[in-house]
Ligand binder design. Structure first.
Ligand code: GRF
Length: 225
């Protein structure tokens, strides 16, 4: 186990929409009384349900609207400056729908994590559930990973798998994957808060004291005969 912190780990969560993953993170920290604090929730769009929810929870909620900036780089610089004021140990992307510049990623290297709705390296980018159905995979899911300058590609912390069932639509599959996202991100946040997660010089993830970093959801029905 790496050196234990004498203080709670400081978390900043970035969202773009409803923020269900962010809500899971907040609820996990509070319900499990983890040695962590959610210093701020930051959104890049004004009309985000997640910001209202965070405010109602008494969490500092900030808007840094990307449309207020002339370029991606200027937005990322403004966002990074706001994040720095909280001095976070980790910055968690949770339904954050922006591609970040390499400069931003480097600035938070080793502290920036994301959840992607596929079993990476399969299906990077958008419309992952449509991609899964189109290619006929029988397993789909989500990945929590450290963010690197290459999109949806960084060192994997944990993955959760769900079966693809006959008759699945992108919507039904997305709903099942989202449930698994909440499970996986909640567990990763606990590991982060407990100081278990390290990234070695070869960019390999180690979660000390944890034997398995994979989760599987099996539906009650739909089992093969
Ligand atoms: C989730 O599937 C997440 O993986 C993707 O955006 C979706 C919405 O997430 N990036 P949330 O409900 O806003 O957390």
């Amino acid at each position: 186990m790496p050196a234990t912190f004498s203080r709670p780990r400081r978390l900043v969560v970035l969202i773009s929409g409803r923020g269900s993953n962010m809500q899971t993170i907040v609820n996990t920290v509070r319900e499990q009384d983890l040695p962590a604090e959610i210093c701020a929730v930051i959104a890049n769009k004004a009309s985000t349900l997640g910001l209202d929810w965070a405010r109602a929870q008494g969490i500092e909620a900030k808007l840094v609207a990307h449309r207020d900036y002339a370029s991606r780089s200027e937005f990322d610089q403004a966002l990074a400056q706001v994040i720095d004021t909280y001095q976070p140990d980790y910055v968690l992307l949770a339904g954050f729908m922006r591609v970040l510049t390499p400069e931003f990623v480097e600035r938070f290297n080793g502290r920036l994590l994301n959840i992607h709705p596929s079993l990476l390296p399969a299906f990077p980018g958008m419309h992952t559930h449509q991609q899964a159905l189109a290619t006929g995979v029988q397993w789909h899911g989500c990945t929590v990973h450290f963010v690197t300058p290459v999109l949806d590609h960084g060192p994997i912390v944990a993955q959760g798998a769900v079966q693809v069932l006959a008759g699945d639509t992108p919507e039904s599959l997305a709903e099942r994957v989202l449930g698994m996202e909440h499970l996986v991100y909640a567990r990763v946040v606990r590991w982060l808060a407990e100081g278990r997660v390290t990234l070695d010089t070869m960019q390999r993830v180690h979660v000390h004291g944890v034997g398995s970093r994979s989760f599987v959801m099996m539906p009650d029905n739909g089992q093969s005969e």
